[in-house]
Design a protein around this ligand. Structure first.
Ligand SMILES: C[S@@+](CC[C@H](N)C(=O)[O-])C[C@H]1O[C@@H](n2cnc3c(N)ncnc32)[C@H](O)[C@@H]1O
Length: 323
């Protein structure tokens, strides 16, 4: 399952991908933004202008190295920009759905702990510092990135069943159910914790249960056997993770989503689980990388269940779901 490390995109491939991306970006700006540039769009346009000023018979990497040697202050900023571009295009050229093994193979280009282009300077404060994010006045333990990612994912996947393992205060289940309702999805949230959260919401059932024994828990008092698909399963209890994932694998259907939060402490469980089910899951990088590579607590672990041919069925979601 492990793939050898892959080098970052460079040389002519970097130039060709940049130009292909420039065409894609121009279309996006015109069709989705009425010609108005985002911060990212402006950054890319400025950088492209700068890079195309170099002697095009040489690599951009060589041009930038030379500029940095001549004017260290300005050159260092350009080096940073070029690295950002290479990291971005490395992802963009891989497409939306990527194997976990491929993600691991390019991990070395990123933060060693988070596998993200961000480190503690962002993750330290992204759940609130020190106050937590709140929904309907209740604290919930999401990062600000995930606070934005889940509603978009729900809008596209339109899950009829959301299963959350680890309710916390119950606020996250209420938040998920509110999004189902707002988006007109006839879905229901089931949220499990050692002690059932004491909140009332028509779209949520809070269950009492222990994830230490998933077969006993979900085959007994709590069963989802007849719950309609698509499913969105969110593992946020951090207990017996590999066994819990194996348990849900038996019920997941193509197009269902499995999100494992706080993967940095569960990566070994995830590796073993995915190795046991080769070809069954792909990382949906539209969401893991929406705000930069692994700008989520679910790093490399927003997973979609593939069909028998290893591909992802088109979601019945809202229009405008391309990356
Ligand atoms: C990180 S919190 C959940 C946060 C919540 N989902 C949110 O986003 O705000 C983890 C939860 O897992 C629960 N938990 C711990 N061990 C558990 C177990 N064995 N079975 C079920 N839930 C468990 C804890 O009680 C805690 O509420």
């Amino acid at each position: 399952m492990t793939e050898p490390p892959v080098p970052l995109i460079s040389g002519d491939a970097l130039k060709a991908s940049t130009m292909a991306f420039a065409v894609w970006l121009r279309t996006k700006i015109e069709t989705e933004q009425s010609g108005i540039f985002t911060i990212f769009d402006k950054w890319f346009a400025r950088l492209l202008t700068r890079l195309t000023e170099f002697d095009q018979d040489r690599s951009w990497e060589a041009g930038v190295r030379e500029a940095a040697a001549l004017a260290p202050d300005h050159g260092r900023a350009l080096e940073w920009d070029l690295l950002r571009l290479r990291l971005f295009l490395d992802r963009w050229t891989q497409g939306r759905y990527v194997t976990f093994a491929r993600r691991e193979a390019s991990r070395r280009h990123y933060h060693p702990h988070y596998g993200s282009e961000f480190g503690s300077e962002i993750f330290l404060t992204c759940q609130g510092a020190p106050a937590l994010l709140r929904w309907r006045g209740l604290p919930l333990m999401k990062t600000v990135f995930d606070f934005a990612i889940y509603p978009m994912l729900i809008d596209e996947v339109r899950p009829r069943t959301v299963i959350e393992l680890g309710s916390g205060t119950g606020a996250s289940a209420v938040w998920l159910a509110d999004h189902l309702a707002t988006l007109g999805i006839a879905g229901h949230v089931h949220s499990v914790d050692l002690v059932a959260a004491g909140l009332e919401h028509p779209g949520v059932t809070f269950h009492q249960g222990d994830c230490q024994d998933p077969a006993a828990l979900f085959g007994g008092a709590v069963t989802f056997a007849r719950a309609p698909h698509p499913w969105l399963v969110v593992e946020d209890a951090h207990v017996n993770v590999e066994a819990v994932l194996h348990h849900f694998h038996q019920s997941l259907e193509p197009g269902d989503y499995l999100v494992i939060e706080d993967t940095d402490v569960k990566r070994e469980d995830l590796r073993r689980f995915l190795a046991a089910h080769p070809g069954c899951y792909l990382v949906d990088t539209k969401y893991t990388d929406y705000f930069g590579r692994n700008a989520t607590c679910a790093n490399d672990s927003i997973l979609v269940r593939t069909g028998p041919d290893g591909t992802v069925p088109a979601p019945e979601g809202a229009p405008g779901t391309s990356r």
